[in-house]
Design a protein around this ligand. Structure first.
Ligand code: ZN
Length: 257
Protein backbone atom coordinates (compact mmCIF):
# COMPACT_ATOMS: atom_id res chain seq x y z
CA UNK A 1 0.00 0.00 0.00
CA UNK A 2 1.12 3.62 0.29
CA UNK A 3 1.37 3.74 -3.47
CA UNK A 4 1.84 6.93 -5.43
CA UNK A 5 -0.82 7.73 -7.97
CA UNK A 6 0.07 8.69 -11.54
CA UNK A 7 -0.03 12.37 -10.50
CA UNK A 8 2.49 11.73 -7.76
CA UNK A 9 -0.01 12.45 -5.00
CA UNK A 10 -0.32 10.04 -2.12
CA UNK A 11 -3.18 7.64 -2.51
CA UNK A 12 -5.51 6.92 0.31
CA UNK A 13 -3.27 5.21 2.83
CA UNK A 14 -1.93 8.40 4.31
CA UNK A 15 -3.52 11.57 5.57
CA UNK A 16 -3.08 14.79 3.67
CA UNK A 17 -1.67 17.85 5.48
CA UNK A 18 -5.19 19.31 5.54
CA UNK A 19 -6.59 16.16 7.11
CA UNK A 20 -3.87 16.15 9.78
CA UNK A 21 -4.95 19.67 10.71
CA UNK A 22 -8.67 18.86 10.66
CA UNK A 23 -8.34 15.76 12.82
CA UNK A 24 -5.50 16.99 15.05
CA UNK A 25 -7.60 16.70 18.22
CA UNK A 26 -8.50 13.06 17.61
CA UNK A 27 -5.12 11.71 16.56
CA UNK A 28 -2.71 10.30 19.13
CA UNK A 29 -2.55 8.09 22.22
CA UNK A 30 -6.01 7.08 23.48
CA UNK A 31 -7.71 8.22 20.28
CA UNK A 32 -7.14 7.34 16.60
CA UNK A 33 -3.91 6.45 14.85
CA UNK A 34 -3.15 8.06 11.48
CA UNK A 35 -3.65 4.67 9.89
CA UNK A 36 -7.02 4.33 11.62
CA UNK A 37 -8.06 7.79 10.48
CA UNK A 38 -7.12 6.88 6.90
CA UNK A 39 -9.12 3.66 7.22
CA UNK A 40 -12.11 5.69 8.37
CA UNK A 41 -11.75 7.91 5.30
CA UNK A 42 -11.81 4.83 3.06
CA UNK A 43 -15.04 3.65 4.73
CA UNK A 44 -18.69 3.94 3.75
CA UNK A 45 -21.57 3.88 6.24
CA UNK A 46 -25.27 3.53 5.57
CA UNK A 47 -27.28 5.56 8.08
CA UNK A 48 -31.02 5.13 8.00
CA UNK A 49 -32.92 7.06 9.10
CA UNK A 50 -31.20 10.38 9.78
CA UNK A 51 -33.59 12.00 12.25
CA UNK A 52 -33.15 12.33 16.02
CA UNK A 53 -30.53 9.58 16.34
CA UNK A 54 -29.30 9.02 12.80
CA UNK A 55 -28.82 12.77 12.23
CA UNK A 56 -26.31 13.26 15.05
CA UNK A 57 -24.77 9.88 14.18
CA UNK A 58 -24.25 10.95 10.55
CA UNK A 59 -22.95 14.35 11.63
CA UNK A 60 -20.39 12.87 14.05
CA UNK A 61 -19.27 10.41 11.36
CA UNK A 62 -18.90 13.27 8.86
CA UNK A 63 -17.03 15.47 11.33
CA UNK A 64 -14.97 12.48 12.51
CA UNK A 65 -13.69 11.82 9.00
CA UNK A 66 -15.69 9.02 7.39
CA UNK A 67 -15.17 9.09 3.63
CA UNK A 68 -18.67 8.38 2.43
CA UNK A 69 -22.14 8.42 3.91
CA UNK A 70 -25.29 7.00 2.38
CA UNK A 71 -28.29 8.43 4.19
CA UNK A 72 -31.95 7.49 3.75
CA UNK A 73 -34.99 9.33 5.01
CA UNK A 74 -38.36 9.87 3.36
CA UNK A 75 -40.94 12.59 3.77
CA UNK A 76 -40.91 16.31 4.47
CA UNK A 77 -39.56 18.00 7.62
CA UNK A 78 -42.40 18.87 10.00
CA UNK A 79 -42.51 21.08 13.09
CA UNK A 80 -42.56 18.22 15.68
CA UNK A 81 -39.33 16.88 14.09
CA UNK A 82 -37.42 19.96 15.24
CA UNK A 83 -37.31 18.87 18.90
CA UNK A 84 -34.58 16.40 17.83
CA UNK A 85 -33.71 16.28 14.09
CA UNK A 86 -30.49 18.30 14.21
CA UNK A 87 -29.87 18.16 10.45
CA UNK A 88 -33.08 20.12 9.88
CA UNK A 89 -33.80 23.82 10.32
CA UNK A 90 -36.73 26.24 10.54
CA UNK A 91 -36.07 27.22 6.92
CA UNK A 92 -36.46 23.60 5.80
CA UNK A 93 -39.94 23.02 7.25
CA UNK A 94 -42.27 21.50 4.67
CA UNK A 95 -39.33 20.53 2.40
CA UNK A 96 -38.17 16.94 1.73
CA UNK A 97 -35.72 15.85 4.41
CA UNK A 98 -33.10 13.83 2.48
CA UNK A 99 -31.68 16.67 0.37
CA UNK A 100 -31.52 19.26 3.14
CA UNK A 101 -30.04 16.74 5.58
CA UNK A 102 -27.32 15.87 3.05
CA UNK A 103 -26.56 19.60 2.64
CA UNK A 104 -26.27 20.01 6.43
CA UNK A 105 -23.67 17.23 6.46
CA UNK A 106 -21.71 18.74 3.57
CA UNK A 107 -21.69 22.09 5.38
CA UNK A 108 -19.82 20.65 8.36
CA UNK A 109 -17.18 18.80 6.35
CA UNK A 110 -15.70 19.24 2.90
CA UNK A 111 -14.04 15.85 3.27
CA UNK A 112 -17.20 13.72 3.20
CA UNK A 113 -19.16 12.44 0.22
CA UNK A 114 -22.87 12.16 0.89
CA UNK A 115 -25.42 10.20 -1.11
CA UNK A 116 -29.03 10.82 -0.07
CA UNK A 117 -32.06 8.59 -0.66
CA UNK A 118 -35.45 10.23 -0.25
CA UNK A 119 -37.12 7.03 0.93
CA UNK A 120 -36.58 4.11 3.25
CA UNK A 121 -35.07 1.13 1.39
CA UNK A 122 -37.06 -2.09 0.91
CA UNK A 123 -35.48 -5.54 1.37
CA UNK A 124 -33.75 -5.64 -2.01
CA UNK A 125 -32.44 -2.09 -1.85
CA UNK A 126 -31.26 -2.50 1.77
CA UNK A 127 -29.18 -5.48 0.69
CA UNK A 128 -27.83 -3.69 -2.38
CA UNK A 129 -26.82 -0.74 -0.18
CA UNK A 130 -25.31 -2.99 2.50
CA UNK A 131 -23.06 -4.56 -0.14
CA UNK A 132 -21.66 -1.11 -0.94
CA UNK A 133 -20.99 -0.31 2.73
CA UNK A 134 -18.62 -1.24 5.52
CA UNK A 135 -21.17 -0.75 8.30
CA UNK A 136 -24.86 -0.01 8.88
CA UNK A 137 -26.18 2.38 11.50
CA UNK A 138 -29.80 1.41 11.96
CA UNK A 139 -31.77 4.31 13.40
CA UNK A 140 -35.38 3.88 12.19
CA UNK A 141 -38.36 4.00 14.55
CA UNK A 142 -40.00 0.78 13.32
CA UNK A 143 -38.90 -2.75 14.15
CA UNK A 144 -39.79 -3.80 10.62
CA UNK A 145 -37.09 -1.48 9.23
CA UNK A 146 -34.58 -2.32 11.98
CA UNK A 147 -34.97 -6.07 11.39
CA UNK A 148 -34.69 -5.48 7.61
CA UNK A 149 -31.36 -3.67 8.12
CA UNK A 150 -30.28 -6.49 10.43
CA UNK A 151 -30.95 -9.04 7.67
CA UNK A 152 -29.09 -6.89 5.12
CA UNK A 153 -26.06 -6.60 7.43
CA UNK A 154 -26.06 -10.38 7.98
CA UNK A 155 -26.27 -11.11 4.24
CA UNK A 156 -23.55 -8.58 3.41
CA UNK A 157 -21.49 -9.74 6.43
CA UNK A 158 -20.93 -6.24 7.76
CA UNK A 159 -21.37 -4.89 11.30
CA UNK A 160 -24.69 -3.39 12.37
CA UNK A 161 -25.18 -0.79 15.06
CA UNK A 162 -28.81 -0.47 16.07
CA UNK A 163 -29.90 2.64 17.95
CA UNK A 164 -33.33 3.03 19.51
CA UNK A 165 -35.11 5.52 21.72
CA UNK A 166 -38.31 5.94 23.71
CA UNK A 167 -39.06 8.84 26.02
CA UNK A 168 -35.87 9.58 27.96
CA UNK A 169 -34.33 6.15 27.27
CA UNK A 170 -31.83 5.19 24.59
CA UNK A 171 -30.48 1.76 23.61
CA UNK A 172 -27.61 0.61 21.44
CA UNK A 173 -26.81 -2.85 20.13
CA UNK A 174 -23.61 -3.69 18.24
CA UNK A 175 -23.62 -6.84 16.10
CA UNK A 176 -20.89 -8.63 14.19
CA UNK A 177 -22.23 -11.18 11.70
CA UNK A 178 -21.11 -14.73 12.35
CA UNK A 179 -19.64 -13.91 15.74
CA UNK A 180 -22.24 -12.27 17.94
CA UNK A 181 -25.99 -12.30 18.41
CA UNK A 182 -27.92 -10.29 15.84
CA UNK A 183 -30.79 -7.87 16.41
CA UNK A 184 -33.32 -10.63 15.73
CA UNK A 185 -31.77 -12.70 18.55
CA UNK A 186 -32.81 -9.87 20.88
CA UNK A 187 -36.18 -9.28 19.17
CA UNK A 188 -37.41 -12.50 17.53
CA UNK A 189 -40.60 -10.76 16.42
CA UNK A 190 -41.41 -7.08 16.07
CA UNK A 191 -42.95 -5.69 19.28
CA UNK A 192 -46.03 -3.44 18.93
CA UNK A 193 -45.17 -0.08 17.43
CA UNK A 194 -46.50 3.26 18.60
CA UNK A 195 -46.29 5.75 15.71
CA UNK A 196 -46.01 8.99 17.67
CA UNK A 197 -44.02 7.67 20.62
CA UNK A 198 -42.62 10.26 23.02
CA UNK A 199 -38.98 11.26 22.75
CA UNK A 200 -36.74 14.06 24.00
CA UNK A 201 -34.07 15.22 21.56
CA UNK A 202 -31.28 15.16 24.14
CA UNK A 203 -31.49 11.36 24.47
CA UNK A 204 -31.82 10.93 20.68
CA UNK A 205 -28.62 12.92 20.11
CA UNK A 206 -26.74 11.14 22.92
CA UNK A 207 -27.70 7.71 21.58
CA UNK A 208 -26.91 8.69 17.98
CA UNK A 209 -23.52 10.07 19.01
CA UNK A 210 -22.63 6.86 20.81
CA UNK A 211 -23.69 4.86 17.74
CA UNK A 212 -21.26 7.00 15.71
CA UNK A 213 -18.53 6.46 18.29
CA UNK A 214 -18.91 2.67 18.02
CA UNK A 215 -18.81 2.97 14.21
CA UNK A 216 -15.67 5.13 14.34
CA UNK A 217 -14.01 2.60 16.67
CA UNK A 218 -14.93 -0.36 14.44
CA UNK A 219 -13.93 1.31 11.16
CA UNK A 220 -10.68 2.81 12.44
CA UNK A 221 -9.67 -0.14 14.65
CA UNK A 222 -9.72 1.91 17.85
CA UNK A 223 -10.55 0.61 21.34
CA UNK A 224 -12.98 -2.21 22.15
CA UNK A 225 -16.30 -2.12 20.29
CA UNK A 226 -19.37 -3.24 22.27
CA UNK A 227 -19.67 -6.42 20.18
CA UNK A 228 -22.81 -8.38 21.06
CA UNK A 229 -23.71 -5.96 23.84
CA UNK A 230 -26.96 -4.17 24.48
CA UNK A 231 -26.44 -0.81 26.20
CA UNK A 232 -29.39 0.90 27.81
CA UNK A 233 -29.50 4.38 29.31
CA UNK A 234 -32.66 5.04 31.31
CA UNK A 235 -32.49 8.80 31.35
CA UNK A 236 -35.67 9.14 33.40
CA UNK A 237 -33.92 7.58 36.40
CA UNK A 238 -30.34 8.31 35.34
CA UNK A 239 -29.32 4.64 35.20
CA UNK A 240 -27.16 2.70 32.76
CA UNK A 241 -27.22 -1.05 32.06
CA UNK A 242 -25.21 -3.17 29.68
CA UNK A 243 -25.50 -6.87 28.98
CA UNK A 244 -24.47 -9.46 26.39
CA UNK A 245 -27.24 -10.69 24.09
CA UNK A 246 -27.15 -14.49 23.66
CA UNK A 247 -27.35 -16.02 20.18
CA UNK A 248 -30.77 -17.59 19.68
CA UNK A 249 -31.28 -20.98 18.10
CA UNK A 250 -33.09 -20.98 14.76
CA UNK A 251 -32.46 -17.25 14.40
CA UNK A 252 -31.90 -15.77 10.93
CA UNK A 253 -28.23 -15.21 11.91
CA UNK A 254 -27.69 -18.97 12.27
CA UNK A 255 -28.60 -19.44 8.61
CA UNK A 256 -26.48 -16.60 7.23
CA UNK A 257 -23.69 -16.44 9.79
ZN1 ZN B 1 -29.77 -13.71 15.47
Amino acid sequence: MNELSSTGAMTDDRLTAEERIRYARQLGPGVLTEEGQARLRRSTALVTRVGGMGGPAAMMLAMGGIGRLIIAHGGPLESPDLNRQVLGSEAGLGQPRAGQFAESLRRVSRFVEVEALDHEPDDAEALELARRCDIILSCPPTFEERLRLNRAALEAKIPLIDAAQWGLTGTLFVARPGQTACLACAYPSAPPFEKLFPVVGAISAATGSLAALEAIKILSGTGDPMWGQMWVYDGYHGRTRQFAVARRENCVCQETG
